[in-house]
Design a protein around this ligand. Sequence first.
Ligand SMILES: [Zn+2]
Length: 254
Amino acid sequence: MPPARLPDSPLASRFLDSPNRGERRGRGRPDCLILHYTGMASGEAALKVLLDPASELSAHYLVWENGAIDQLVAESDRAWHAGRALWKGEDDLNSASIGVEIVNPGHDGGSPPFPERQIAATIELGRDVCARWEIAPERVLAHSDVAPARKQDPGEAFPWEQLWRAGVGHWTEPARLSGGALFAHEEEGPPVRALQAMLALYGYGVGITGVYDRQTRQTVAAFQRHFRPERVDGEADASTVATLKALIDRLRPK
Ligand SMILES: [Zn+2]
């Protein structure tokens, strides 16, 4: 029998070898961290799926409600968590990332809050992974950031600001809510194109169509879930645009 493998992170208590993995393609090391919720009734049910070869799903880590962490795939390997995705023009996010599944039933389960112990463990794990792989703060992403048309996780109930205050991820204080949508659905013109260009500059895989179309609304909703969680409606209001601009400004070297 081969010796049991030790987790890559000292924070993980068990290494449970998921068969759902492969080699990272075209790159030796991950440079982003993607956070998910499991979206299932229980952590046990999610773990079963993540270890089942028939599911073809996995993640590097699973963070339980009580803060325990299991590792399922070696960090050097490519886990199967992001699916069809796009960020900064790159489409193989599984090869580019470390994936972390956080046990939470998600939107379909009524979006219960993430327990404090679970968030503390997620923060510790994020700090550890980002330090060891030198992952930039703005490359700590939501699954919904890289797949806005398909995914909502980890959702607007996830405390991104708290993570940022603890040194994990990118954030700016959201601009105050005021006023309604700046664009009607299917409205067309240079201002819409400018908004799409800003979203794309930040990293979102939005098409620059110049039309406030469905994919733009989905991308704006993904942005709001992560950065302006007070109202997630896919409408570009003044607060959404100002928050996006502030985040972009923060990326620029001083
Ligand atoms: Zn996900």
